[in-house]
Design a protein around this ligand. Sequence first.
Ligand code: CA
Length: 523
Amino acid sequence: MADAVVAPVPPTTPLTIRMHAADNVAIVANDGGLAVGTLLAGGLQLQDRVPQGHKVALVAIAKDAAVIRYNVPIGYAVKDIPAGAWVHERLLHMPAARSLDDLPMATEHAAPLEPLTGYSFMGYRNADGSVGTRNILAITTTVQCVAGVVDFAVNRIKAELLPRYPQVDDVVGLEHAYGCGVAIDAPDAIIPIRTLRNISRNPNFGGEVMVVSLGCEKLQPERLLPPGSIALRGEEKLDVVCLQAEQHVGFMSMVDSIMASAEKHLQRLNARQRERVPASELLVGVQCGGSDAFSGVTANPAVGFCTDLLVRAGATVLFSETTEVRDAVDQMTARATTPEVAQAMAREMAWYDAYLQRGSADRSANTTPGNKAGGLSNIVEKAMGSIIKSGTVPISAVLSPGEKASTKGLIYAATPASDFICGTLQLAAGMNMHVFTTGRGTPYGLAECPVIKVATRTELATRWHDLMDVNAGRIADGEASIADVGWELFHLLLAVASGEKKTWAEHWKLHNALVLFNPAPIT
Ligand code: CA
């Protein structure tokens, strides 16, 4: 190849990102990090090699002085740190958790929001007024014992029945580990039970509820879905297939019963049509997982911008992940619309503090080895980058785990930060679209609801080109603004909600299991 032309490699321009003018650290944005001796734009020379996403001291930081990022102390120096040094997690003491006493309650009186009008999508309007973005037959189960049978039946329904009902997108068994072998009368058992009840009522399931029960389990169908908890559709009572019922002789008769029951619901679901509905019918759950130092710089701020757009359009946004909000609790209570909402926020934080304490854990248990490798020193730094997903709009309501949203606007839905548990609880809250940001990368998906995944870095978006739906790394590259990516996400939400576009997780049919949050004892 004598005539091949080798393009000269452009010299790397050192890129650092400082989040606030008061910060004494910035993070390195360059792929592969920056070498020791690199001269930064302001004339500062690196004293260490600094990996991508990790912090560099912009000034000398004395022992015990605060390391400031997002204009918040994310820790205190364990020894003198020279300017230009790599500020890694071992150089920081974590600050104590903010006391839940004397919080500012609804003190921030934001200017009225400028309404955003004229946006709509094609959705499935339900009898209860909610709107689905997908048309899915969900089979509720009362206990894990039936999961194998339901799985077998779902495969047959998909192969033999679904082709005759082209308006129906999918059939999903709502499988879980709860239902028996649990302390069902313990006070906290209300959480897994109402979660499962409210998931059965998710708008993407069209108000059709069918239940498969074993028969002898603690969570009896009438306890899961008592009279009045769901609107019955053309039936006199809850549609339950009980595997231990005497009518079932052999396995195939159980499968036949489930299929016969499914067909009635498929017929009704198949009659549903998409209609134009306002963007205010979106109920979007936002979440992050596999975070890195770019989560709070690119993807989460873009999601926050989109949150503001959605709330201005009259829609509902759920933000969650209690252990990642705990260190910003004072910012959150200040943003509440009323003192009652602020008190509910503090109550959820106190409940979670006690829950962690019961297990001899504290909030430091949140950060993962991957978080730290990605540059996040501790939960305080992670939290400041996480809460940006909630945008700037006031917080108008708080839900306890497993509760269903009944109001619009920005809602704090208290959940653990665990990805699948948070997703499961947001489904119970009525989520019809899900936005998930990731920096380290996760192939996360849910069968019950479309999941739009947002990559924090271009390197991840490129390497996982057929898993990531949006590349917020363009913000760090200087190719797009936070507003650009926020608007892109807003438009993509409407297109995916309408069924015009599928997410990559939908394309590959990738989905994680439902995982119920059960803080009550197992027997
Ligand atoms: Ca998470």
